[in-house]
Ligand binder design. Structure first.
Ligand code: BV8
Ligand code: ZN
Length: 250
């Protein structure tokens, strides 16, 4: 399959499923998950902070890390890649499904999920917290005024970041809906993910297994590349533009 075929498949598809990872937010200035942690965080590995064990051992440090990332993403803005995906949803309507592994909320800020399609955040999001006792999910206060840990508005217990950590289950309904969408997709787009984290990465293979066309957009080859129909070796914004923008008049 070449770029022209991939463009044609996207144009004619009625059902499209998209999986995004940290690479789609790289052009918004948000470091990808496996980038070297900057500054103060250089001495931590993300996997060592994003786990129930780390939170049990040292909730203050884990909350500090998340509060810092929450402030960063609140300052960031969606980039062309987020907007191109929102445009694709406007075109395909209810046939469009976007599953993101990102916790930065930028797809929602680009209004994905509000043009007739569906957006699910498979790994939670930085802007909310979840009560450890009653499970209430509540939005965090403005980053300027936020000092962790937040307390539950219902039962006053401490709240944890509303994030799916390694070794934790993804939200059942979101994963079920995503699996259904990828199995039923005529075309799946895999944008800006290294494809190493499961079960999210498995969605691409489910689409392939069900006979869908699966197209990756990533400046580098990934663990998924060998299994996919086509790879656009470019950044999310340039690669999506190459796939989605109307034919330039000759
Ligand atoms: C689960 C929230 C069932 C945290 C995240 C052994 C023991 C225990 C578990 C496992 C195990 N082996 C496998 C597992 C399962 C494990 C897993 O997959 N581990 C991996 C590391 C091997 N998965 C889990 O634990 C999941 N739960 O399986 O539950 C269970 C229950 C109990 C016991 C066992 C199993 C939970 C996974 C969710 C973890 N939480 N995030 C937080 O963010 O703080 S995952 C984390 O990685 C982020 O969410 C991130 O989204 C995700 C994937 O990373 P990517 O998004 O792909 O980012 P990455 O940096 O890797 O890559 C960036 C890509 O972008 C690169 O390819 C780069 O080339 C590209 N790029 C760069 N610039 C651009 C670009 N692309 C486009 N444009 C650009 N400009
Ligand atoms: Zn509570």
């Amino acid at each position: 399959m070449n770029l022209a075929d991939a463009r044609a498949a996207l144009r004619s598809a009625r059902r499209i499923a998209v999986l995004t990872g940290a690479g789609v937010s790289a052009e918004s200035g948000i470091p990808t998950f496996r980038d070297a942690q900057t500054g103060h965080w250089a001495r931590f590995r993300p996997e060592d902070l994003a786990s129930p064990g780390a939170y049990r051992r040292d909730p203050e440090t884990v909350w500090q890390w998340y509060a810092g990332r929450y402030a960063d993403v609140t300052r960031a803005t969606p980039n062309a890649a987020h907007h191109l995906l929102a445009g694709l949803e406007r075109e395909k309507g209810s046939g469009f499904f976007l599953a993101t592994q990102n916790v930065d909320g930028l797809h929602a800020r680009a209004r994905s999920g509000s043009h007739g399609g569906r957006l699910v955040e498979l790994h939670g999001n930085l802007s909310t917290a979840r009560c450890e006792t009653c499970g209430t999910v509540a939005p965090l206060p403005d980053p300027e005024t936020f000092t962790p840990p937040p307390t539950c508005p219902v039962c006053a217990s401490p709240m944890r970041p509303n994030i799916v950590w390694f070794g934790e289950y993804l939200p059942e309904d979101a994963l079920e809906a995503a699996s259904h969408a990828f199995r039923g997709a005529e075309v799946a787009l895999i944008v800006g993910t290294s494809g190493v984290v499961y079960p999210a990465a498995g969605l691409a293979l489910e689409a392939m297994g069900a006979g869908g066309v699966v197209i990756e957009v990533n400046p580098e080859a990934t663990e998924l590349t060998p299994y996919l129909s086509h790879s656009v070796r470019d950044t999310a914004s340039r690669g999506l533009a190459a796939l989605l923008e109307p034919d330039q008049p000759r």
